[in-house]
Design a binder for this molecule. Structure first.
Ligand code: AMP
Ligand code: MG
Length: 337
């Protein structure tokens, strides 16, 4: 079946998720399929994640096409996550995208993953020019559009927020991903134990907080004077207050009238509540990206690929090298300029 609208197949492959999303040039999403690597213990090992993606990419693509009711021949454009992320993992998405592009003779566009989180949020939440707090397993960024770019106003200096919460949860014996479990435990506690609150200028540091929280659950007082619920509550209150402080300052500085919360940690109701509160204080509209689009997915890559393609056309194959360290403020955003 050849469809009357142009279709893009987007591939996400920066970290744990190999995701495929099928999107048309007007922003309608037809399917989202993810295969997510879950470490048995410890963090993400790039070689193991790469192996998982190599073993599963084909079935993810097939499933996404079949759910969307398209054949691979219906695809007009291929987009892939070109940056930032784990090198060996980025390479798999890039290789698959280049293969499809060359076999089908269709254009290819490389996409910055962080920009894609913002663009899918703008699309899904119907916001135009938001201040964005992007909080996930691998990123912690406060950003807004200014001078042709998504400028970074604040970011983590060490651990990403999701990674810090997951690491703490793992130390406490909880399975991956720890974020939702810590949220649930924290709900039943109102006790606050003091933890390091580190905001430097507009940037954040979570490593001291992590070490202190770990010490609390290793202490002889653990289970006597306070519970895991209390430590979970204290971790959340501290790190979310840090995020809220930086987001509020960026909001006051940029005078944006919309605030967008995205990334996997955006699912957290307590964080949503805090960011919504400061948004209201500044008369800004608050929106949290729906969960399906907040975590890593191929639809955000597809949609951002479409935006760039419409303005600049496709990339040459020689321009499709992965860029594991590329920051989103290094690239221009022609569709918003
Ligand atoms: P992502 O990297 O965007 O795919 O998001 C995954 C991260 O989101 C992991 O670190 C999860 O622990 C975290 N996460 C998911 N749900 C929640 C939640 N309810 N509260 C806090 N963190 C969460
Ligand atoms: Mg992400």
């Amino acid at each position: 079946m050849k469809f009357n609208k142009k279709i893009c197949l987007g591939i996400e492959s920066t970290a744990h998720t190999f995701g495929v999303g099928i999107v048309d040039f007007e922003g309608k999403v037809y399917s989202i399929v993810n295969d997510i690597y879950v470490p048995e213990k410890g963090g993400l090992h790039p070689v193991q994640v790469k192996e998982q993606h190599v073993n599963h990419f084909y079935e993810v693509i097939e499933k996404a096409l079949s759910e969307a009711n398209f054949s691979i021949r219906d695809i007009d454009l291929i987009a892939f996550s070109q940056s930032p992320g784990l090198g060996p993992v980025l390479k798999i998405g890039a290789l698959v995208a280049r293969m499809i592009s060359q076999i089908l003779k269709i254009p290819i566009v490389g996409v910055n993953h962080c920009v894609a989180h913002i663009e899918i949020g703008r699309l899904m939440c119907n916001v135009e020019d938001p201040l964005t707090l992007y909080v996930s397993g691998g990123n912690t960024i406060v950003s807004a559009f200014e001078s042709s770019r998504y400028q970074i106003f604040g970011e983590t200096l060490d651990l990403p927020i999701g990674n810090m919460i997951d690491s703490f949860a793992r130390d406490a014996g909880l399975s991956h991903p720890g974020g939702p479990k810590i949220e649930k435990l924290a709900l039943t506690s109102t006790k606050y134990l003091s933890l390091p609150y580190v905001v430097k200028g507009m940037d954040l540091s979570f490593s001291g907080l992590y070490t202190a929280a770990k010490k609390l659950i290793e202490s002889k007082d653990f289970g006597v004077k306070y519970s895991l619920n209390d430590v979970s509550n204290s971790v959340q209150e501290t790190c979310f207050a840090m995020l809220t402080e930086v987001t509020e300052r960026a909001l006051a500085h940029t005078e944006k009238t919309e605030v967008l919360l995205t990334g996997g940690v955006a699912a957290n109701k307590r964080l949503q509540e805090m960011i919504e509160y400061i948004s209201n204080e500044h008369n800004a509209k608050f929106a949290a990206v729906p969960l399906k689009f907040a975590g890593d997915n191929g639809a955000m890559i597809g949609w951002t690929g479409i935006l760039r393609y419409k303005l600049e056309g496709g990339h040459e194959i020689s321009e499709t090298n992965i860029k594991p360290k590329e920051r989103m403020d290094q690239i221009t955003i022609p569709w918003r300029s």
